[in-house]
Design a protein around this ligand. Structure first.
Ligand code: AMP
Ligand code: MG
Length: 311
């Protein structure tokens, strides 16, 4: 565990990777301009090099260092949502190493809403930071998740439990249309309200996989099998792990968590439940069906991640 921003800054400037807290999930940070350090991130995580990294910044001068031809729509979104859980894909400056963007001519950028991490990036400059999990594990939302994934070999800045718990929205503004590549807490409605035009999702356009290579990987999956539970299902296998949001089970013998429609808490805890269920050796996780009609901004992202865990 790292005790000060100064210590984290020194580690990063000497080419090491450090796990950093954000409001979404923990990231595995490296100096975005240090090829060797960025390469280390891929190695340590076991991440395929064709899956590009998000660059995390703390001020707009840093944005100028990595992106060019930034459209007005991006500036409007930045004003409305940064620092916050919105990643914007823009045209990349040649100074950004190819390894960061997997050879694409675009770069994904975000300003995370976390005081410790913003203070760190003020010192280090732009940091690449994929989710800090080992590839194949759910994203870490607590320091202990990272310690478990790497047997304590990765230095972690303790920022407590991530507030949102689900990865950022990714919106592509590198071409004329705004396209959501990954749903997150900032919804397509929130984006189109700000830019005053329709936002498409790449699923509709059928381009998701080509545009956002990372969405190809099922990295939201626990070892246990995840299944939706319908209100009408009455057969609940007792040796399973259950997550409910409207139904409060009357059966004491099952291991369940009940969220009483608190969808923020539900999202915040989801990956922790995935990890806990695996740790306790459960082979199935049942999640009470979530409907898109539920009025909470995290719902589309929550359904997306659970659906990917089921696939
Ligand atoms: P993670 O860091 O694990 O949260 O994943 C980052 C996500 O951002 C992945 O889905 C990447 O494919 C996506 N991403 C990063 N850079 C780009 C880019 N230049 N264009 C499109 N998607 C990107
Ligand atoms: Mg990830």
């Amino acid at each position: 565990m790292i005790s000060s921003i100064e210590q984290a800054n020194e580690l990063i400037l000497s080419g090491n990777v450090v796990a950093i807290p954000t409001e979404t999930v923990y990231g595995l940070a490296a100096d975005a301009f240090n090829l060797v350090a960025v390469e280390k991130t891929f190695k340590i995580k076991g991440r395929p090099q064709e899956n590009p990294l998000i660059v995390h910044i703390s001020n707009l001068a840093q944005l100028e260092q990595i992106a060019h031809d930034i459209p007005d729509d991006a500036l409007r979104l930045i004003k409305a949502f940064w620092p916050g859980p919105l990643t914007i894909v823009l045209k990349k400056k040649p100074e950004v190493p190819d390894i960061v963007t997997a050879g694409l001519d675009t770069v994904a950028v975000r300003m995370p809403n976390h005081d410790i991490t913003l203070a760190l990036i003020e010192k280090t400059g732009p940091l690449t930071a994929p989710s800090a999990n080992k590839s194949g594990k759910p994203s870490p939302t607590k320091p202990e998740h990272i310690i478990a994934d790497y047997d304590g070999s990765v230095s972690v800045i303790d920022g407590g439990h991530c507030k949102i718990g689900i990865e950022s929205t990714v919106v592509d503004l590198s071409e004329d249309d705004a396209v959501i590549l990954r749903p997150g807490f900032i919804t397509s409605e929130m984006i189109s309200d700000i830019i005053g035009k329709n936002v498409s999702t790449s699923e509709i356009k059928g381009e998701m996989k080509a545009k956002s290579p990372g969405t190809r990987y099922t990295h939201y999956k626990p070892k246990a099998q995840v299944k939706w539970l319908d209100e009408t299902d009455t057969d609940w296998p007792s040796k399973s792990y259950f997550l409910f949001h409207t139904i409060k089970p009357k059966r004491a013998e099952i291991n369940y968590y009940y969220y009483n429609r608190d969808y923020s808490a539900f999202a915040r805890d989801l990956y922790d439940h995935f990890r806990t269920a695996d740790h306790l050796g459960y082979s199935q996780i049942f999640i009470e069906k979530l409907k898109n009609s539920l009025k909470h901004p995290i719902i589309p992202a929550l359904i997306d991640r659970i659906q990917r865990a089921i696939m």
